[in-house]
Every structure is written in C-alpha cells, then in structure tokens.
Write a protein that binds this ligand. Sequence first.
Ligand code: MTE
Ligand code: MOS
Length: 765
Amino acid sequence: MEKLSFVGKSLPRKDALIKITGRAAYADDREFAGMLYAAAVRSPRPRVKILSISAAAASRIPGYVTLVTYKDIPGVNKWPLVMRDYPFLPEKEARFAGETVALAVAETAAAAKAAARLVEIKFKELPFIDDPLKALEKKSIKIYGKNNVISSFVIKKGAVDKAFDKAAYVAEGEFFTNYQVHAYLETQGAIAIPESDGGVTVHSSTQCPFYILDAVAAALGLPYHKVKILQTVTGGGFGGKEDMPALVASHAALCAVKTGRPVKLIYGRKEDFQSMSKRHPGWARVAYGADKNGRLTACRVKYVLDGGAYATLSPIVLWRGTVHAAGPYKIDNVYIETFAAATNKVSCGAFRGFGQPQICFAQESLIDELAAKIGMDPVDFRLKNMLEPGDKTVTGQKINSSCGLKEIVLAVRRRSGWNKKVAGNRLQMTGGKDKVRGIGFAVTYYGVGLGAKGRYLDRAGALVNIYKDSSVGVNVGNAEMGQGALTVLAQIAAETLNAPYESVRVEEVDTSKVPDSGPTVASRTTLMSGNAIIDAAGPLRERIFKTAFDLLVLKGARAAGQMTASGGVFYMGGKSVTFSEVSGECWNRRHKMSEQGWYAAPRTTFKMDNGQGDAYVIYSYSADAAEVEVDLKTGVAKVLKIWAAYDVGKIVNPRLAIGQAQGGILQGMSWALYENLVYKNGIMINPNFTDYVMATAADKPEYDITFIEKPYAEGPYKAKGMGEVPLIGVAPAVANAIANACGARVRSVPLLPEKVWGELKRIKN
Ligand code: MTE
Ligand code: MOS
C-alpha cells in the first residue's frame, strides 16, 4: 500500500473558517454599482392560457424600471436542458402554479417585489392534472406530448412470468413516497452583469455552472465566450441547484441585458418552495419471487415518478431509479418498466439519491415482507441473495472486486446487535407499556457518476497553477455546495504534487477557466475532478520531483539513495528540501508550472431498448440498521439509532465522510418520517418551514458509522463516490424497524403517526 501524506487524513475543511465566521460571500452578499433588483411574477393557477400581461399598475411603484416578458428574449425561448420543453418565460400557457411568467425590475428589492405583485396577468383557466397515475390513463386529458409520458425505460432479463409461476414464495406490494424539499439554507439566487462587449457575467449559487452557461448563452443568443459563470459560495444544493439555477440566472441575465445594468434576483423561501425542483413523488408496484430455498428468482417492477409540468431532469432521475429498481441482488428473471408522467405541478428533478430512494423504499420494504413469508431472518435472506464480486446485476453487469457489500452487511449486523434485537424487540416494552422497540435493515448499491444515460457529460477538466511563491491554485469544473469538494480535491492535489495542504487552494468554479466538466451530481466530484487534477498535476509532479532530486544532490545527498517525498518535503541521503524551495528552483529554471488536466469516464455498454449492459462504471454500497421506538397509543415513531456501513472506496477525508454520512442519514430519516409537502387542487398549500415539518439536529438519532474501503483501481487514490449514498437506504430500514416493533407495515412515505396508528388498528381488528 502506498504511504499517503494528505489523502486519508481528516484535514480541516478549506471553507470552515469563512463559513463559521459568517464571512463567506453568498450570492445575496454581493453588491455591484448601479445594481437593480428583479422579482418574479408567477402564475396563480395550475394551468392557464395567458391572455395578456400588464404593468400599468406596477409602473406606478416608485423605483419601478421595467417588466421583462418572453418578448424580451433575444435568443431562443427554450431552456436547453435534456428535453428542451421548458420556455425561459411562457408565451401562451403556464403549466403550474408558481411558474415565472414575467419579471419586474426596480431600483430596490422591495420595489421589485411590490411591482411584481401589481403586474396583472389576464388568463383563462385550463383543465389540469395533478395525479401522475391519472396522467397515464388513456382517457385523461393531454397536457404533455401525446400521452403525458415524459420518459420511460425498460429492463428485460430472462422469463419473468414463468419464474413467478414456478416461485415457491411471492411477495407483492404497492408503495408510495411523497415529495422532498431540498431546504438548502440559501435560497436560489443570481446576479447578472452586462459587460461592455455585449457579453454577460453571472454570479450564481449553483452546483452546475456549465448548465447555466448553456442556458444563458441560449436565452441571450450569445456565443459561449461572451458568457462567464462564476459560482458564488453555495449554501447547500442536494440536487436542487443542479438544473434550476440556470433558469434563475437566465432570468437575471435577461433583465440585465434589457436594462444595461447589473441585476440581482434572489428568491424568497415561499417562491423557492413553489417553483424550484423537488424530489419526485414516486409510486411503485413491486413483486419478488423466491424458490423454496429462499433464493430470489424473479422481480417485476412498475415505477412511476410524478415529473411535474416540465421534463427538466426527470428522464435521468428515472433512469437511475430504473437501473437500481430490483436492489443489489442476483436475480435471473426481471421485468422493470418505468415512467415519468407529467402533471400540472412543480417540476421535479435531482435530489440526493436521484430516483433511487423512492424505489429503494419499495423494494427493500418488500424484501423484508418476502423474508417473513419464507420464515428467514431478513439479513440472512439478503446475504443469501446479494451481489458479490463476479455476480451479475439485473442489467447483466459483472460486479468487480471493488464490492464490499457482504462485509458492510456483516459489520452492521454485528455492531447493531441485530440477532438479539430482531427477535426480542417487539415484546420488549420500554418506558411504560405503550412503547415498543424494533430494528430494521436495508442494503443499497449506487452507480457512481452519470452512467450510460449521461455518458456524453461524464468528463471533467482541471487547471493547476504553481505560483512563483510556491502556493498552488486549482480550478475545477465541479462545485462545492457543502459536501467538502474544495477540501477533498485540495488533498488530492497536495498528495500528487507533494505540496503542503495549506498551500493549496481550490476555487469556486469559473466557466472561463476550465472546460465543461458536466454537472456536480451523482456523487461524481471526487472521482471525476479528482482524476482530472491528477492528470493535470502529473507533468508538474515530474518536474518537481526531478528538480527536488537535483537540489538534494547539490546539497550533498548521496545520489545513490532513493528519494522519498512526504508532507511537502523531499528526502534523500540524510538531506531534505521543501516543496517551496523546489518550486522556486523550477521557476528559476523556467519550467512550465501550469497544466491542464482531463478525465473521461470509462465506456458503458448499456442498451436502452432492453436495459442490458454495463450501466455505471462502478458501484458504491451501503447497509443500514435502524432502531426505532413506536408509541402504540399515538403511532409516533422515533429513530433511536442508525448503524450504517459503507463501501465507497478509499476515504479521502474521514471526518468529512462521517459528516456526509450523518447528514445523509438525517436527511433520509426526515424524508422517511416527517416531510409532507401537500398539494390541493394543483396548489401547494404548505410552502414554508412552519407547515412543512423536517427533522432538525434536535431529532438526530445516535449514529454508528463504519467504512469498508474496497479500492477502485480507476479512482483517484482508489476512491469511488459517497455524497448521496447515505440517504438511500434509511427510509426502508426505518419502515422495516417499525414493522418489526409493532407489526405495522406502512407502505407510504412519510411514515406519519396516523398511518402507523391506522395500521395498528387494522391489525388489531
Ligand atoms: N452535502 C452537503 N453538505 N450539501 C449538499 O448540497 N449534496 C449531496 C451530497 N452531499 C450535498 C451534500 C448531493 S445531491 C450530491 S450529488 C453530492 O453531495 C455531490 O457531491 P460529490 O460529488 O462531491 O459527492
Ligand atoms: Mo445530487 S441529487 O446527484 O445533486
């Protein structure tokens, strides 16, 4: 094993100080001379025909400057994202309540908001659809394409009907999961500044600066070299700042170009709830079949996502859900069909796990139900059927040696005291006779990166500069949004160059400094940008190491010795020389001290027509055990402790990895138990943190987190990807624990007290 100085260490976060001291400059903290403010005018109803838009009343607000509508779009009125169905501003029809129809621009933020409220939209209401299953019915009205289907996939393997006929045991069930709101601390926002050459610079809170580049260039009809996107410090994304910032930034840019002045557009929380993307509600019918020995033989899945009014990222989210829909098991006969259906509600998009948590809740709940039918312990049942190196996934992909699924399951079983708890808990009364405890399990796998569906975007660039004073500047195309990318990437750069960690700075993304590196999603940053940095740093490393050797010889080191490098110092024959001295000498020798790097993900072979082939380049794995306490009188479930283990390859920064695990678990638990966004007749009725309940730090369970680091040969220092992994299996582990505690099997998320209570009442009768 290679001895590492910086990778694998819990080095302090690069952005810790500016964030805890409040000095970090978020989009709303930036000011520019002569800046104006924009506020969105929104559709009040789920589906309307726009008859006219009038600023007559709005224009009387002091400070009012102008109203921007689709007529002010110099470029193409189509956001260039996946399906290209979302207009920057609607021309004739608005398709969900909250959709931006126009923008009021004024001298102050307050005036812009006041003006926006007075803009009068004359409209005619059109019939709408708010239920994705209804949208798929043949006789339903058509609101999207020919059949309201945004996107659809299939995976076919073996002979499913026959396998079900022959199965000794079958479990089948219908499951539902509700929306999840990203609830990033910083709402969406951007500032656009018109440049003297007709170009525009945008400062934006975002995880995908290159999507903004695509969108702003299209909306303004500008060549890319006249558009520059600068990512501001981003206060949380969780997938919510993948696609949407491009719309917000394009709106700001349209206002800036029309007025010739910088324009700031910062969302309020309510409009952010109403109009920005969400985790898709999911509906699924899943069936598993097993033979008499408890071996899984068949799986059938129908999975439907509520896409909302426009496609945005639904096809990609659905595809990830499709590939992972049967769970990390060996199954020979599989039929999976999936649909993203259009409704007249907010568009749904990326959210940590990207279409996997919804279907994982269904399939991992059902695995427990099947194990119970067979009379097997749910962990034994999983161990018997799970993927191990050499096995094939349902898409026919062979699992390679970087798979620690079995080890993590065994670790969680042992650490949680599973064997004792699973049998005894139900009867073990705690805190009086109204409360019972239970324990539940779930396993997941997670394809790192964009996979076959996003393969054209799965590449990344990096620019590494060693300055004259030996400090190191790194530019990448993937974004820090709280997950720790700046830190992890700095560790990788420091390791490769043998530069002191403190001397390395990774910058927020500037699209003019690095080539399009795809989106910062799919837990791909460490792998993609990490490898791009190693590619850039490679030639620099050669020059540095060669020069270090020369300097050591000059210092009188016995040249026969082997030079070693660690912690920013080079050693040979009893002498040493620092990185700083070496880089100074490199500059004296006029070496090139700046390099570009590039990394493209390996090829995938997945075929869309039958769902067979290699879907992702590599998988990460998780196992969770949740212990819950259920109040039998009220149905309230509380998660006491989560034991989780992960194989995400080499851990670059253990403390950050634990942070990602804790955050992901809490976010998953919050979705599982509490988060309940409600629409009534096409109107969101709780778009605020008072009525939309989430877990806070006060609700956190106890955590027990373990890493099994199965090296991935292609990964930077053998790392895979981890950011989303910890969320995915939490909900089914909690649901399984509730069932274990009190017998109530709830098949819909959130697992609200009334659902648990209702189920308890039903079993009793
Ligand atoms: N952690 C924090 N603190 N804030 C975030 O916005 N986003 C998550 C996850 N962890 C997020 C986070 C999501 S949705 C993804 S895809 C990954 O981080 C992205 O980071 P990575 O590519 O560096 O793993
Ligand atoms: Mo994460 S949902 O892939 O941004």
